[in-house]
Design a protein around this ligand. Structure first.
Ligand code: PRX
Length: 650
């Protein structure tokens, strides 16, 4: 498989696809280019149910703080549930498969009732009101989706913290959002064994906290500690709640949720998404990029704690009235045939996962797909990191039987939904290439200095030159950081445009290949980790004088974390292996296991310029085992490079 090969869409599939040819794609994109507001205004009217219509499509008067569909009123939970009740009340909204194979199907009518009860609980027992922040720290169980939709129903702003984050990381996010309620579970099941979440919440709430109440969903029924007056059982409280709860009337631009993500400084950013624009794009990309049809079953393997889970497990599928599968377990357990067994069992039509998962499934079970009936599959998706051609080839041939399109979807927490991706019935695809902007998105690779479009083959900055409905609206509590992080690097025709932080290049067909982050963000198994965040934590170790963290390519994870550490004095450190363990332990406690370093090397110093700037490029090259080609004579201590090289085994 090579990046040069082209695969045409399956003609049978194209016949009934929502966008079935490049002519249709071009017509849509040309409409957007020529009549941007007309394009978006028409789709917003067609796709969403408005309580009151909007009066203005796009207001850029305070750009980059933009308003979409101003004047409009709607409720996102009603978009996802109520409007389907006439035609789909007995259709499966969520199919849940537990770690141990237990299956539960929740129809749209049941979802309506469960969400309403949940919403009433939050309002009546916890006093949650419109605009309040609610932190959700949950496993992958249907109650996580109910919690999100219940917040949306009453106008509360949810902030989900991925269940793999530590108590310290959870505490930071609770405090930054000033959340008054946490929704969690006792724990859940992983690899047939119970694991716990509630103790992490208990630790996060020690000391001063804005949190008044904690709701605990019983999933594994293990013993947990209860704090009187703070902790409440979901199953106890929910019993008495009414299954009717009027949806709060929300403005288009009322915030829907916050989701914290890593940036290039030590503190994670609370990415804020608002109501109408986000839900519109979540729905449109479900229909265009995954081509989900009425009787399809869609499975996205992400966790609801990441943006992929928000948009493509919960909001997107439900907004369009689809059936979404939610999976509690680990895709390689009990063996690497698990996802294919599930595709067969649930007759999955669209399967969406990360390249890391594909690499692991390929490595652990190359022949597993052959053992199952995967004929229901129509579209395969990937997200989160570049996919290498060998993994792409296996996915295409063995999983998709060379008949399913692979949609390599490029997007970010900040973009809300896909921005660059093939459309399965229209776009000829190339391995490892995200191809073209999704219609409506004016994405361009720009030269950071001139602001001109990059030439074919040249790496430039991946930018989006016009606001789009699902874009980040602000960084919670830090407007300045929003402007600086996204609109400070590239100007086109004198106007600041959104810069994704990624590099990219065009090929001769105008296709876009993402080349990776240009900032100090590492992509570990498709999850963003800021090097500054990891460095700040490592610095907490009393023996550490200085640290620099870089990414190193990794066969399965895409990238792993490589730390160069200068100790204050190594006199008293007799066992460096112990020190490595201690440092990784701090990372585990402060962030979570996902940020643990695969490599820690103790070095006598770091390569710095005379002004004290650490030359990370050199450190990246050493980690990769590459030759240093850049001029090191200007370093404060050029000899340090050879010393470090000699200490790193590659
Ligand atoms: O570097 C890009 C990479 O993941 C980053 C976004 O991470 P996050 O906000 O956690 O969202 C991940 C899921 C949407 C991007 O800046 N990335 C995402 N998708 C791709 C990708 N890199 C290459 N190809 C992709 N398809």
């Amino acid at each position: 498989m090579s990046e040069k090969q082209i695969f045409q869409p399956n003609p049978e599939f194209s016949k009934s696809a929502n966008i079935g040819s490049m002519d249709e794609y071009n017509a849509l994109q040309n409409r957007a280019i020529n009549d941007y507001e007309g394009f978006w205004g028409d789709f917003a009217k067609e796709k969403l149910d408005w309580i009151e219509p909007f009066t203005n499509v796009l207001d850029e008067s305070e750009a980059p703080f933009v308003k979409w569909f101003d004047g409009g009123k709607l409720n996102v939970s009603a978009q996802c549930i109520d409007r389907h009740l006439d035609t789909r009340k007995n259709k499966a909204a969520i199919i849940f498969e537990g770690d141990r194979g237990d299956v539960e199907t929740i129809t749209y009518l049941e979802l309506y009732r469960n969400v309403n009860r949940f919403a009433n609980l939050l309002k009546e027992d916890f006093g949650v009101k419109k605009g309040d922040r609610v932190v959700i720290y949950m496993p992958m169980i249907p109650e996580a989706a109910y919690a999100m939709l219940a917040c949306a129903r009453i106008g509360a702003i949810h902030s989900i913290v991925f269940g793999g984050f530590s108590s310290a990381a959870l505490k930071d996010r609770i405090e930054d959002a000033d959340a008054k309620v946490v929704i969690t579970a006792d724990g859940a099941f992983r690899k047939s064994k119970p694991y716990m979440l509630k103790p992490v919440v208990d630790a996060a709430l020690e000391g001063d906290t804005p949190v008044e109440k904690v709701l605990v969903v019983e999933r594994n029924n293990e013993d947990v500690t209860w704090k009187e007056g703070r902790d409440y059982s979901y199953h106890e409280l929910i019993k008495s709640k009414s299954s009717e709860c009027e949806a709060e009337v929300m403005d288009s631009e009322d915030p829907l949720f916050l989701l914290y993500t890593s940036g290039s400084t030590g503190k994670p950013k609370g990415v804020q998404h608002n109501s109408a624009g986000y839900i519109l794009w979540a729905q449109m990309t479900m229909e265009w990029v995954f081509d989900v049809k009425e009787n399809d079953t869609f499975w996205c393997t992400a966790d609801v704690g990441w943006i992929t889970g928000h948009t493509y497990i919960v909001y997107g599928p439900l907004a369009m009235g689809a059936t979404t599968l939610m999976f509690e377990g680990v895709i390689t357990y009990p063996d690497a045939g698990r996802p294919w067994a599930m595709v067969e069992k649930h007759r999955i039509n669209q399967f969406y996962t990360a390249p890391t998962a594909i690499r692991v499934l390929h490595k652990m079970g190359e022949d597993e797909p052959k053992k199952y009936d995967l004929s229901s599959l129509k579209v395969l998706g990937t997200v989160g990191e570049p996919i290498d051609p060998p993994a792409w080839g296996w996915y295409y041939e063995e999983v998709g039987n060379s008949k399913c399109a692979i949609v390599d979807t490029y997007w970010q927490t900040e973009t809300g939904g896909h921005v660059i991706s093939p459309l399965p019935g229209a776009t000829p695809i190339k391995p490892g290439c995200a191809t073209l902007p999704v219609p409506g998105i004016i994405a361009e690779i720009l030269d950071p200095i001139t602001g001109e479009k990059s030439e074919v083959g040249e790496t430039g900055y991946m930018c989006i030159s016009k606001p789009w409905p699902a874009q980040i609206r602000s960084v919670w509590g830090d407007k300045e950081r929003y402007v600086k992080s996204y609109f400070g690097d590239v100007k086109k025709d004198g106007k600041a445009v959104y810069f994704t932080g990624d590099g990219a290049r065009y090929d001769e067909d105008g296709y876009i290949t993402i080349t990776g982050r240009t900032d100090d963000v590492i992509n570990v198994s498709g999850h963003r980790m800021g090097t500054a965040e990891v460095e700040a934590v490592i610095n907490e170790d009393e023996n550490v004088a200085e640290v620099a963290v870089v990414g190193k390519p990794h066969g399965l994870k895409g990238e792993c974390i490589f730390a160069y550490i200068v100790l204050k004095s190594d006199d008293h450190i007799t066992d460096t292996a112990e020190e490595v363990k201690a440092i990784n332990n701090i990372i585990k406690q402060e962030i979570g296991t996902i940020a643990m370093c695969d490599h820690i090397v103790f070095v006598p110093g770091l390569p710095k310029t005379r002004s004290g700037k650490i030359m990370r490029r050199i450190l990246r090259a050493i980690a990769k085992g590459e030759e240093i080609t850049q001029d090191i004579s200007t370093l404060e201590d050029p000899a340090i490079v050879a010393k470090i090289e000699s200490m790193v085994e590659c």
